[in-house]
Ligand binder design. Structure first.
Ligand SMILES: Cc1cc2nc3c(=O)[nH]c(=O)nc-3n(C[C@H](O)[C@H](O)[C@H](O)COP(=O)(O)O)c2cc1C
Length: 194
C-alpha cells in the first residue's frame, strides 16, 4: 500500500521574462533549492532546456505542499506551470538527490546524457505525449549524478534566446536595414576615395 505521507510532484513550465532577464536565475534556483531541499527532506531533479523547466520532486506531504505553492503559484521566474501529477508514492525515486539539475539545452548536454537521451533529442516537454513522459521519466531516473554543465553557458544561451526572440519577428526589416547600411558605407568609402 502507498504511504500517504510521501508524495511526488511533477510539472513543466516556461521561463518567464523576469526569469530570462536575470542572468543568475538558474544559478539562484539551483543554489536555493539545494539548501532548502536538504533542510526539508525534499529530493528530486530539475531539468531546463529550450526555455522550459521540468521538475520532479518528492517528500513529506506537508513540506511538499508548501513548496508546490511556492513554486507553482508564487514564483514569477517561470510561467504556464502545468502540473503533471501530485500523487502519493511508495518510495523515493531520487533518493540522495537534494536537487539534481540537468541542463538539456540543445548543444549543452554532456556526451553521456546525449547518448541516453537521443530518443528525446529535443527537450520540448509541452509537446510530449503520455508515452514521451513515461520515457523521459524512466530515462532520467537511471541517470547518474554526472558533472554539471557550466551555468555560464546557460546564461549566455538565455541572452541569445532573448535577442533572437526580439529579432525574429523583424527579420525582413532588419535585413533591409542591413543592406541599406552596407550600401551607405560603400557609398561613403567611394566618396572618400574620390
Ligand atoms: C523552476 C523552479 C524550480 C524551483 N525548485 C525549487 C526547489 O526544488 N526547492 C526550493 O526550495 N525552491 C525551489 N524553487 C524556488 C521556489 O519557488 C521559492 O522561491 C523558494 O522555495 C522560496 O524559498 P524561501 O521561502 O526560503 O525564500 C524553484 C523555483 C523555480 C522557478
Amino acid at each position: 500500500m502507498c504511504s500517504n505521507r510521501l508524495m511526488q510532484l511533477t510539472y513543466i513550465s516556461k521561463i518567464s521574462w523576469a526569469g530570462k532577464l536575470n542572468p543568475r536565475t538558474l544559478a539562484d534556483i539551483q543554489q536555493l533549492a539545494t539548501a532548502n531541499n536538504y533542510q526539508h527532506g525534499i529530493t528530486g531533479i530539475l531539468c531546463y532546456g529550450n526555455g522550459c523547466f521540468f521538475q520532479c520532486i518528492e517528500g513529506d506531504k506537508s513540506e511538499l505542499s508548501v513548496l508546490k505553492d511556492n513554486i507553482c503559484i508564487r514564483d514569477h521566474r517561470h510561467k504556464d506551470v502545468r502540473v503533471h501529477h501530485f500523487t502519493p508514492i511508495e518510495q523515493r525515486h531520487y533518493q540522495g538527490w537534494t536537487m539534481h539539475c540537468l541542463f538539456l539545452e540543445h548543444g549543452l548536454m554532456s556526451k553521456a546524457h546525449k547518448k541516453r537521451l537521443t530518443a528525446l533529442a529535443k527537450f520540448i516537454p509541452f509537446s510530449w505525449s503520455t508515452e514521451d513522459w513515461h520515457e523521459f521519466m524512466s530515462i532520467i531516473e537511471t541517470l547518474g549524478q554526472e558533472p554539471q554543465q557550466s551555468l555560464a553557458a546557460i546564461r549566455f544561451n538565455a541572452i541569445g534566446r532573448w535577442l533572437s526572440a526580439i529579432a525574429a519577428p523583424h527579420q525582413a526589416f532588419l535585413l533591409v536595414q542591413s543592406i541599406l547600411l552596407i550600401a551607405i558605407i560603400v557609398s561613403l568609402l567611394r566618396l572618400l576615395q574620390t
